[in-house]
Design a protein around this ligand. Structure first.
Ligand code: NOJ
Length: 561
């Protein structure tokens, strides 16, 4: 009994105190929305597939890989910004929200992509850059033209404190002051990110209306939702109080370290999210949040008090955890207790890839399988990042002159930028990994010879094959789709283990997060289970109640009576 029984008791107790969690568990399949059962996949369009051989990926390239994505087990793709843009921040500086950048194709190509995806039951999610536009957007060009321009108040303009002095001490996330002086009107405008990315003034109802209309425009074109960029920073204190500064500390850009008390996570954000959600609900669309939170309580707020804000605020804290069974166990418990539907992410275009973040240099492929098994079998929706499924490695530029990312150019050498996690998708062993026949915009890492789609598709022990097995299971096994989560053997320092249970079906997941073999007794008989039959496993095996795991071994098994 012991561990399992105790876990069940805890769950019953949790049900009494945390109604939303258990309601979700109890409701199961019948109440699931499409995005709860879906597997999402982030495509960085510059780097996925280049159909016209100009060295940069494009929409037709993505369309040509839909069969691959379908076969992999992907239900929705999130495409990072593909709108017209000067590309200062590689698309996160949008100069027209209702078009496609010619480097990626045309609106007709986009419509074709949506139609082709639909044929395969894959939905398309766009990236909505809500916090700021490009400084080349017509709204900003008008805004900066004079103090009385029709759209002057669409951005945040203020006088300096004195000659040459910005309005306050806020620093930009991309280095330097967050204020840019503009000589046309002798005022400063505010930019949380690069100076070419002026912040929109969300206190202006006209801005809200224009942005809500953008979402409607895309919903009508068949988009199934948005990933909302930088939602944390939508609002600023109108009185522009200085942020508190951490004494004697400098960040990677040499700026003072600030606590973003007055320009991050202001309560007004939630009003906008509720309104965006009510527009989304009219199209059965999903809103995914780029929600950088430092604790679960903060993340919880993004679901909304009545689950009426973001359906899918990303748990980006997950990307910061140490590779350790107790650390993940504790975090998953807290996330489940928060009451919303969890959204797990292990990599994206802004952070070091999970392959090398968790890899120990010796067992990286095995560790990649542990991480895959973890976030693809948890209760919640996973968002994959392109290349993760083949074990792509972060490969930063070796020299400053090769850096493309603006933060790498400003922050070098302390901050090398994000090029390393944005390198071209490794399709095969041919030149440029089959991504392009031209010179790719970022070099293809040497690992394309060992980690690529074509070779891994033929290898039953590859990371890719393991992802496919897990994704297939996830789509077909009721306990993995709809089951509750119950931690087991909670004192084990090495093996993270849990049950997913739906009605009379239970799946046991056991992940060895150590580099030593482990034999674990799961003591399942009190629940009527005599053994576990492997569904997806590395070399791990089960005999009665004992599961044997090799170093970094994975066992996912159906419990049998
Ligand atoms: C978050 C995006 O993920 C990142 O790539 C971008 O630089 C900033 N937002 C600014 O838009």
């Amino acid at each position: 009994m012991k561990n399992l029984f105790r876990a069940l008791l805890i769950l019953v107790f949790a049900c009494a105190s945390l109604v939303p969690v258990c309601a979700q568990q109890a409701n199961g399949a019948d109440r699931h929305q499409w995005w709860q059962d879906a597997v999402f996949y982030e495509v960085y369009p510059r780097s996925f597939a280049d159909s016209n051989n100009d060295g940069v990926g494009d929409l037709n390239g993505i369309a040509s890989k839909l069969d691959y994505l379908k076969d992999l087990g992907v239900d929705a793709i999130w495409i990072t910004p593909c709108f017209p843009s000067p590309q200062v921040d590689f698309g996160y500086d949008v100069s027209d929200y209702e078009n496609i950048d010619p480097m990626y194709g045309t609106l007709a190509d986009f419509d074709n992509l949506v139609a082709q995806a639909k044929k395969r039951n894959i939905r398309v999610i766009l990236d909505f850059v809500v916090n700021h536009t490009s400084d080349q957007h017509k709204w900003f060009l008008d805004s900066k033209s004079s103090k009385t321009a029709a759209r002057r108040d669409w951005y945040i303009w203020r006088d300096g404190k004195g000659p040459g002095e910005p309005p306050n001490n806020w620093v930009s996330d991309f280095g330097g002051s967050a204020w840019q002086f503009d000589p046309t009107t002798n005022q400063y405008y505010y930019h949380y990110f690069a100076r070419q990315q002026p912040d929109l003034n969300w206190r202006n109802p006209a801005v809200k209306k224009a942005m809500f209309d953008v979402t409607r425009w895309w919903y009508q074109r068949g988009v199934a939702g948005f990933r909302l960029d930088a939602v944390d920073t939508l609002f600023e204190d109108p009185n522009l109080h200085d942020n508190p500064v951490v004494d004697h500390e400098k960040n990677e850009f040499g700026d003072p370290v600030e606590i973003n008390k007055y320009n991050d996570k202001l309560p007004e954000v939630h009003d906008v999210l509720r309104q965006l959600r009510s527009v989304a609900d009219q199209s059965d669309a999903v809103l995914i949040g780029e929600t950088w939170t430092s604790n679960v309580a903060e993340l919880k707020q993004y679901y909304g008090l009545h689950n009426n804000e973001l359906q899918m605020p990303m748990d980006l804290m997950f990307t910061k955890l140490k590779f350790s069974a107790p650390v993940f166990r504790e975090h998953i418990r807290n996330i489940n207790a928060a009451g919303g539907w969890p959204v797990y992410v292990i990599s994206n275009h802004d952070i070091v890839r999970s392959y090398d973040r968790y890899g120990d240099g010796q067992h990286n492929d095995q560790i990649a399988k542990v991480m895959a098994a973890l976030y693809l079998t948890l209760r919640g929706t996973p968002i994959m990042y392109y290349g993760e499924e083949i074990g792509m490695k972060t490969t930063p530029p070796a020299r400053k002159e090769d850096v493309k990312d603006p933060i790498g150019r400003t922050g070098w050498p302390k901050e090398k930028g994000r090029d390393g996690e944005r390198t071209p998708m490794q399709w095969n062993e041919s030149a440029n990994a089959g991504f392009t026949q031209a010179t790719p915009w970022l070099p293809v890492p040497p690992t394309y010879k060992t980690h690529n789609v074509a070779d891994e598709s033929r290898d039953p022990n590859s990371i890719l094959d393991f992802y496919k097995q897990l994704l297939k299971l996830r789509h077909t096994n009721p306990a993995l789709l709809d089951g509750s989560y119950t931690a087991v053997n909670e004192q084990d320092p090495n093996v993270l283990a849990y049950l997913r249970t739906y009605k009379d079906q239970s799946v046991l997941v056991a992940l060895n997060m150590s580099n030593a073999p482990q034999k674990v007794n799961f003591d399942l008989s009190p629940n009527g289970f005599s053994s576990a039959t492997p569904l997806v496993a590395t070399q791990a095996s089960a005999s009665g109640h004992i599961v044997s795991l090799e170093p970094f071994g994975v066992f996912v098994g159906q419990l049998t009576k």
